[in-house]
Design a binder for this molecule. Structure first.
Ligand code: FES
Length: 150
């Protein structure tokens, strides 16, 4: 049920986003190729989309990604069917964990780079959007790569 609501919310945002960004030019202006949006408008629009989709689950289910452990100077591959915490443990990285379900906050890790797909029950909207912390037992990378302060 949650996935359906999240997908609906994302799709609704994207529809509004397209409407606002790609609206028809005024009748008295003649658009020319490449001048519909300035680079700052495109950048602002990308930032708005990134912010609005922060923490939403991937619409097509979990994906594999790579996590770089900055303090250990190494990377770990996280398969789609494996949690980040399990992948770290399999690589010999010890992260304290109690619930392993996103409820307790024990496994919180600092994020240095990358967007997080949050699945925990702890962080608020601002914390999620900041991409500064994550619960590695349930949360994943939104893209293909994360860098953790581990
Ligand atoms: S182990 Fe409890 S939130 Fe991750």
């Amino acid at each position: 049920m949650t996935r359906i609501n999240a997908d609906f919310t994302l799709q609704a945002f994207l529809d509004v986003h397209k409407t606002l960004i790609f609206k028809e030019p005024a009748m008295d202006t003649q658009p020319t190729t490449g001048d519909h949006l300035s680079s700052s408008q495109v950048h602002d629009s990308d930032k708005a989309l990134e912010s609005a989709t922060a923490g939403l689950p991937a619409p097509d289910g979990p994906r594999a990604f790579r996590v770089t452990l900055a303090r250990q100077h190494r990377s770990v591959e996280v398969p789609a069917e494996v949690s980040l915490l399990d992948a770290l443990e399999a690589a010999g990285v010890i992260i304290p964990s109690v619930c392993r379900e996103g409820h307790c906050g024990t496994c919180e890790c600092a994020v240095l780079e990358g967007a997080v797909e949050h699945h925990d029950q702890i962080l608020g909207p601002d914390e999620r959007a900041s991409n500064k912390i994550m619960m590695v037992c349930v949360s994943r990378a939104q893209g293909e790569h994360l860098v953790l302060d581990v």
